[in-house]
Design a binder for this molecule. Structure first.
Ligand SMILES: NC(=O)c1ccc[n+]([C@@H]2O[C@H](COP(=O)([O-])OP(=O)(O)OC[C@H]3O[C@@H](n4cnc5c(N)ncnc54)[C@H](O)[C@@H]3O)[C@@H](O)[C@H]2O)c1
Length: 257
């Protein structure tokens, strides 16, 4: 068996939402190092441009597209601009997301707050699939990866919107695999606590100690740890894998109790 092509993304184009920072940026760099051209869709255009410049330094093409994934016109523009400037799209990383953080006390938040979690974590990615899959089918290669979360399987107080919406991601992916095959595969990566700006803003040494109590690999995750799983799903090596969620979490749960 010739294994040299199993992680080779040369000639393929990847859209990465939330690709200007954190897990999205690490994923964009990881895919570029394996030959993919990259389209960064992020609402922070300045940071997206910086990341695109860094990626171009690796010898592939990269563009930055201003995109708030909560706006349908931005999602349409992201796909259309990518196809126009980079010639197509074969890989879609639905990574922009968020919410939760233990702030979702049902007696203090509104149904609109919960709707926003679902719009950010589920609906925006679902819509990007709808827009990108026809181009993937046309090119004969397609791999979609959502960023889900350990919160999709953990049960915690004040996390019903974020946790519920990320659980919806896992099951949405499992069902869409049946709609998009055989040309297009779709999977999800669920990070445990990963050192990005989002986590560092709430992390203290005490919180870290509690998080590591049920973590066999005694450290928190890095964005590159997560990007490695993204690369696996994006690449030909996983060509018979679809509808799955893999958790990258040091083997445990970084829960706060
Ligand atoms: N960091 C963790 O511990 C962790 C754990 C589990 C899941 N996740 C998930 O990983 C994903 C990325 O998180 P991160 O920690 O890398 O975050 P981050 O804050 O480090 O980076 C997020 C990036 O997304 C962009 N972004 C945010 N909202 C956007 C929007 N509406 N439209 C377009 N771009 C937007 C930001 O500008 C930024 O570049 C999210 O889906 C998050 O839920 C993170």
């Amino acid at each position: 068996m010739d294994t040299s092509k199993l992680f080779d993304l040369t000639g393929k184009t990847a859209i990465v939402t939330g690709g200007a920072a954190g897990i999205g940026k690490a994923t964009a760099l990881m895919l570029a190092k394996h030959g993919a051209n990259i389209s960064i869709g992020d609402f922070n255009l300045d940071a997206a441009k910086e990341t695109a410049k860094e990626i171009e330094g690796l010898g592939v093409k990269a563009i930055a597209v201003e995109c708030n994934v909560l706006k349908d016109e931005d999602l349409v523009n992201l796909v259309e601009t990518t196809v126009k400037e980079l010639g197509g799209v074969q890989i879609l990383i639905n990574n922009a997301g968020g919410g939760g953080g233990g702030r979702e006390n049902p007696s203090k938040i509104s149904v609109d707050d919960i709707k926003r979690d679902y719009e950010l974590n589920v609906f925006s990615g679902w819509r990007l699939c709808q827009l990108a899959v026809p181009y993937m089918k046309k090119s004969g290669y397609g791999s979609i990866v959502f960023t889900t979360s350990m919160s999709s399987i953990n049960k915690s107080p004040n996390m019903s919107g974020y946790g519920g919406s990320k659980a919806a991601v896992n099951h949405t992916v499992a069902n869409l695999a049946h709609d998009f095959g055989p040309e297009v595969r779709i999977n999800a990566v669920g990070p445990g606590a990963t050192r990005t700006a989002a986590l560092e803003s709430v992390l203290t040494p005490e919180i870290e100690k509690v998080m590591l109590a049920h973590t066999p690999i005694k450290r928190l995750g890095t964005a590159d740890d997560i990007a490695g799983a993204m690369l696996y799903f994006a690449s030909p090596i996983s060509e018979w894998v679809s509808g799955q969620t893999i958790f990258v979490n040091g083997g445990g749960e970084q829960v706060l109790e």
